[in-house]
Design a protein around this ligand. Structure first.
Ligand code: CA
Length: 513
């Protein structure tokens, strides 16, 4: 009996010792698992990041975001699945296309009970937090800490939500969101666990309200125009001609700072008026028309947009500095991206939505000491659909079978798998709606893009090598017939792969014109 009891005790002790060993190992492992800092902005065009080398690089450099390119990797073929705010965010949370995650457009509420990557990160022992713009209506789930803007939020003196509780802040939103992120990193997290922080800026979303200290930046600078600022939409279809997102027709008073935002306090309003009133008086006296007026609006728009970016870049710098000083930098993957791209006057537009280049693309830069080779470039086709699985892969968590993207961690390590995707699927749904962009889906490869505006039954084909600015659809060109046929087949394959069911036809469909 005694012997047996002793034997059992020995076994139990052994098991306990092994258990303790496992706990110790797990703790060591947790220390080694990398932290993830995801810095995310809203409507930040790749053209407005100097590391991408666009026409704006010289006049409006972004030295802090560029640091991620110098010390890490810049992705030159990074895209979204559906170029509009809330849907992009739902894709990132779930790793699933809009028709699967349920957020097809900005009007729908995210079902926060569904599987998301932060919930899976928590299960694997990560601390998770989100601060800033969320835009999915539901209260965030899967986060140990969340403090988010309600809806679009305000640039000045924003109210924020901790769960359902409203908290009022004084100051400029980009600074405040950064302060909250830094406060969580320094004081609010469980430091025994690796972390995932989503630091999500409202900027530079319309109406492009700058920090008061930046109101006069670019005053004496001429912002270079894109070649197609005065696009006449010849050689394209109905959708490009009938949109309502042009600088000439759509952009109005508050967009152009001819009206001050209502959320400024009296002291802030004084600074605002001091900056804009003299310029506005000069504009009114000039009584501009035609191309001169469009040029003035373009300058005003771009300057305010780039002023907002100035704050984003400065705040990226603040965060990188903290990572350096705290020693966190060496074991933290820093990723910078935007919910989608934006038109900065290309085609005469602002806003997004189209599968055309400027809004289909989105910036993506990543720094990961010891894994990503500093100063490297990746030109593979990546999509925001990949982020969830990438975060899980970085954390060493299993790859959920129902997510629809792929981890880009191997790409970060310079080892793109041989079977990496050769084409991308895109689908935009919000019509009829603000900006009047027709519903469309499409397929893009490295060389071509085929778009179907299905309610109009109009197709467009672009040769991305010969016509990178997408000014002439070659769909009807007999020389392109085989490319069209191949891409149509590829579109069918992708729709099957992603389980796309055709959306409900518009009511006007079937009616005679
Ligand atoms: Ca957006």
């Amino acid at each position: 009996m005694n012997t047996r009891r002793n034997f059992l005790k020995t076994v139990a002790l052994g098991a306990a010792a092994a258990g303790a060993g496992r706990t110790l190992l797990a703790a060591d492992e947790a220390k080694k698992r990398p932290n993830i800092l995801f810095i995310f902005s809203d409507d930040h065009a790749f053209q407005a990041i100097s590391a991408y080398g666009s026409r704006l690089a010289k006049v409006a450099p972004t030295p802090n975001i560029d640091r991620l390119a110098k010390e890490g990797m810049i992705f030159t073929r990074s895209y979204v699945t559906n170029s509009i705010c809330a849907p992009c965010r739902a894709v990132i949370q779930t790793g699933k296309h809009s028709h699967i995650n349920g957020v097809l457009d900005n009007r729908q509420r995210f079902d926060a009970t569904q599987q998301t990557f932060p919930k899976l990160l928590q299960k694997t022992g990560y601390q998770t937090a989100i601060v800033g713009k969320w835009h999915l209506k539901a209260i965030p789930t899967g986060y140990d800490y969340s403090e988010v803007l309600p809806g679009q939020g305000n640039y000045y003196n924003p109210t924020m939500l901790i769960g359902p509780k409203r908290v009022k802040h004084t100051g400029y939103v980009t600074d405040i969101v950064t302060d909250l992120g830094l406060d969580w990193l320094k004081n609010k997290r469980d430091k025994s666990k690796p972390f995932m922080l989503m630091l999500q800026h409202k900027a530079p979303h319309r109406r492009w309200n700058p920090n008061l200290k930046h109101l006069n930046v670019f005053d004496d600078v001429e912002i270079p125009e894109p070649d197609n600022l005065f696009d006449d939409y010849a050689n394209r279809g109905t959708a490009a001609r009938t949109q309502d997102m042009s600088i000439s027709k759509t952009m109005g008073g508050a967009d152009l700072k001819l009206v001050a935002p209502g959320t400024l306090n009296p002291e802030q309003k004084k600074a605002w008026d001091a900056a804009y009133e003299p310029k506005n008086a000069k504009f009114k006296a000039a009584n501009l028309t035609g191309k001169d007026l469009i040029r003035w609006k373009y300058q005003r728009y771009l300057k305010d947009y780039l002023r907002c970016i100035r704050s984003v870049d400065e705040n990226v710098g603040r965060v990188l500095k903290y990572l350096d000083e705290s020693g966190l930098a060496k074991n933290t993957v820093v990723i910078y991206s935007s919910d989608q791209g934006f038109y900065l006057g290309e085609h005469g537009w602002f806003d997004k939505r189209f599968m055309y280049k400027e809004s289909f693309r989105t910036p993506l830069l990543a720094r990961w000491p010891g894994v990503i080779k500093p100063g490297s470039t990746n030109a593979d086709l990546v999509q925001n659909l990949d982020y969830a699985q990438t975060f899980l892969d970085i954390a060493g968590a299993p790859d959920p079978a129902d997510m629809q993207g792929a981890s880009i961690k191997p790409l970060m390590a310079g080892k793109t798998p041989a079977n990496w995707r050769k084409s991308l699927y895109y689908h935009y749904y919000e019509f009829p709606a603000v900006h009047s962009v027709r519903r469309h889906e499409g397929v893009a490869t490295r060389t071509h893009k085929l778009i179907h505006f299905y309610d109009l039954d109009e197709w467009e084909l672009y040769d991305l090598k010969k016509d990178p600015n997408e000014m002439t659809s070659r769909y009807a060109d007999p020389a392109c017939a085989s490319v069209v046929a191949d891409l149509k087949k590829e579109l069918i394959r992708l729709k099957k792969l992603y389980k796309v069911t055709d959306p409900t036809p518009l009511r006007q469909r079937g009616k005679k014109k």
